[in-house]
Structure formats: C-alpha cells, structure tokens
Design a binder for this molecule. Sequence first.
Ligand SMILES: *[C@@H]1O[C@H](CO)[C@@H](O)[C@H](O)[C@H]1NC(C)=O
Ligand SMILES: *[C@@H]1O[C@H](CO)[C@@H](O)[C@H](O)[C@H]1NC(C)=O
Length: 433
Amino acid sequence: MTKPTALPSYTTEKPCRKPFTPIYSLKQIIFLLLTTFCLFVITLWLRVGENFLLLEETFPLDLPHSADADGSARPLSTPVKSSTGSPSQLSDELFNYRPSPNKLITYLPHSGTTYQFLEIVRALTLAAALNRTLVIPPLRPSPNEENGQNAEPSSWSRFFDLKAFTEQTGIPLMEWDDVYEQLVPEKEMTCVGLTGRHTRTSSLHADKFYKERYNMTLHFEERGLADNPSALAKALNEIDDDLICLSDAFYLRWRLKEQWESIGKYFHYSKELSIFADRITYDMFGVKPYIGIHLRRGDFKKICKKIVNPLARENCWPTLETLQNTVSYIRQELSGMDLPVFVATNSQNPVELRAISELGWKMVDYKLYNVEEKFGVFGRSMVEGSILTKASFGIGTRGSTFSKVAEMRMKDWYGGLSIKLIANTENPGDLLS
Ligand SMILES: *[C@@H]1O[C@H](CO)[C@@H](O)[C@H](O)[C@H]1NC(C)=O
Ligand SMILES: *[C@@H]1O[C@H](CO)[C@@H](O)[C@H](O)[C@H]1NC(C)=O
C-alpha cells in the first residue's frame, strides 16, 4: 500500500491551522480504518451476487455416466449399490465404536425432514464419542412443512436401510418406537440442552408430541455445554444414566460436509423406496440420463424477500427463466445431449406448476402413484430425493439443505455433477432464523 503524500484537503480550509504535520491524527486513522472496513463489506456483498450462475465445481471433462453414443444405454442405477462408503473409510473413532446396547442416547426431533436426517448424523457423532448406542426418534412432521403438525410420524427404516447401514459400518442403531416402552417405563424423560439456547423452542412442541404419541412427560435441563463434539462428549460423559436425551441436536451446527463424509453417506435409501422411485423415473424418462432440479419454494418466500442484493435474492428464489438458462447450458455446453428434466418442488402455485409442465419438465404425479398411501406424508420428499440423487446433473436452490444433501448423495453415490445457482451456505438455518 502506498502512503498518501498529502493529508485530506479539509486541513487547508482552515487558514489558521498549525503547519502541516505528517503524523496522522487519531480521527484520521479511525476514518481510514472505517473506510477500509466499509469497502471490505461492500466487496463481500457484491461477491455474493457475483457467484450467480457460476459453476462452483471444476468439472471433469468426461460425462458422469457412461452412456452409448445416443445417450440411451445407461442402465438404471441399481439402488443400494454405492461406489463409496466402505467401512475402511470410517474414521478410527467410528470404526472402533462398539457400544453396549444398555448405554443409550436419543434426541428430540426438530424441524424439516432434511434437518431431522442431519440430526441422526450429528447425534451419532456424539454417540460414538460417548460409546453409547443411538436410539433414533421417528421422523416427525414439522410445522414448517405443508404436511403439518398433526400428520402421522414415520419410522426412518421406511425410507432408509438402517440394517444395511449397520452391516456396512458395524454401528448399531435402534429406533425409538421399538424400544421406548422398555426404556422409559416411568414415562418421564429429562432432556439435556447442549448449546445454551432454545432449550424449549428447539424442542418445537416436542413435549406435546411425546405426550400425545407416547403418553410421556418431558423435562428439560439446560446445561449450555460447548458446541464441539469432543468438549460435549467430555461433559456428557459425566452423566451415568442408561439413557441420555439431547434436547437440541438440531443446534449442533457441525460442518455438513464432514458429517456427510464421516457418517451421512452410509445411509442409503431403502430398497423399497429406491425401486419405487426408479419405476417412476423409468416411466418419465426410460433409461435416459436426466437433469434434476430442486426448486425450493414454500417458506423460502419470506426468507428470500429479506435478501437485499437482487442477484442473491434471485438465487434464493430463482425464476423459471434462470432455470431454463441453466438447463440450456447443461444441454449445450456440458452434455451435448438434449437431456430431459425432472423437477422436485414444494411449490403450490398452480400457475408456476403449469408453467413447469409446459416446459416439458417432469414432476412426480403423486396421485397416480399413490405415494402418500404407500409412504405416508414424507413419501413425496423421499421419492423426490431418490430421483434427484440419480440425476446426471443437479441444480439446487441456494440455502436449501434438501438441495445440499441431494447434491452430496448424487455426487458421492452415482457420480453426478451439480450446478449451484450460487454458493450454498453451510448453515441454511442461519437464513431461517
Ligand atoms: C464401549 O462399550 C463397550 C461395551 O460396553 C466396551 O466393551 C468397550 O470397551 C467400550 N469402548 C470404549 C472405547 O470405551
Ligand atoms: C398415561 O400415563 C399415565 C401415568 O403416567 C396413566 O395414568 C395414564 O393412564 C396413561 N394414559 C394412557 C392413555 O395410556
């Protein structure tokens, strides 16, 4: 940085000032610091918008799936088969983790389906550090989602192959509904708050849920322990109860990528769900590769509105035009194929849904396939997730964890490529609050 040769000119407007001195006054130093800081903030702000439509990943030049020249010979990916995820890749801690079935840990489920999935992964990280067996609570309807608070909860094994997870990793799991009667015969449970905040709100009416579904009374105890796995484990190790209940696994905001790498990717969709989704995909596209778009709408409307930068806002709430441009880019530049498009969305706007259909993009016909009858209220997002996972190219919505997790599955399991409209935030929950 070159040193300015003259002081700002306001000194010259006062005729009777002391002679020029090269020493900066405190005021000037503060002014300079403030200016630098403002410039820094403005640059950051602009950069958020700049990422718009940038391909975040460096693309390998070959196509993600081997397809014959006409692009039609790609076999349907077999469910449950995974290119990654051999137990030798588990971290030492998880590889050697063989807890007793009598020392257990559970948590209160919170928020939408993707977050509840991440809660399993986070609680499992803690469980391993504590050498306890994880008891997974059921997938619970979230008030944030259309399925509402009153819909039936669902067992996770309906959607994920928990047996295969255990066979592959050696890590035992239990499901709450199978064991709670023996575990909590007295029907009272105390749940420990770990992060020092939201003990009650984080449980999002969990007390009501456990009362209505299990006739159980919950108590909360805020401990406000540290927010990293080893410090938490150290503190929790002092609890000798056979069952520890965590009230706010949701707020353990550990790095998504690491959590995915260490455990998340070993949770594969159940065979039943995969085959069901494959059949819908086959009806839509035959065996052709396709582009998968996750278009998050619903409660994002409120969140996106608050974003000041217009480009960032557009990425939070992309228009169909933006998506069409991205699709064209994939077809022309990346694949050279006229790939069909699948759209997973929670949009309920009939005009928008019609416009999507008119583009020739496919969505799942839930009524036709009786998705809800077969898989309950969560069936729809699970089926969509499974179809997205097998796309050759994925386009996600910024800030959506559903997009993020679908992207990781797609890339890790089947080698698809993802295009983010803009950089995904590590903690979309920050946008929600
Ligand atoms: C974990 O618990 C099991 C069963 O109680 C025990 O055999 C094993 O030694 C424990 N592992 C560690 C690292 O404490
Ligand atoms: C719920 O539990 C209480 C005691 O904990 C018991 O008196 C009551 O009968 C139970 N209700 C149901 C519906 O099981």
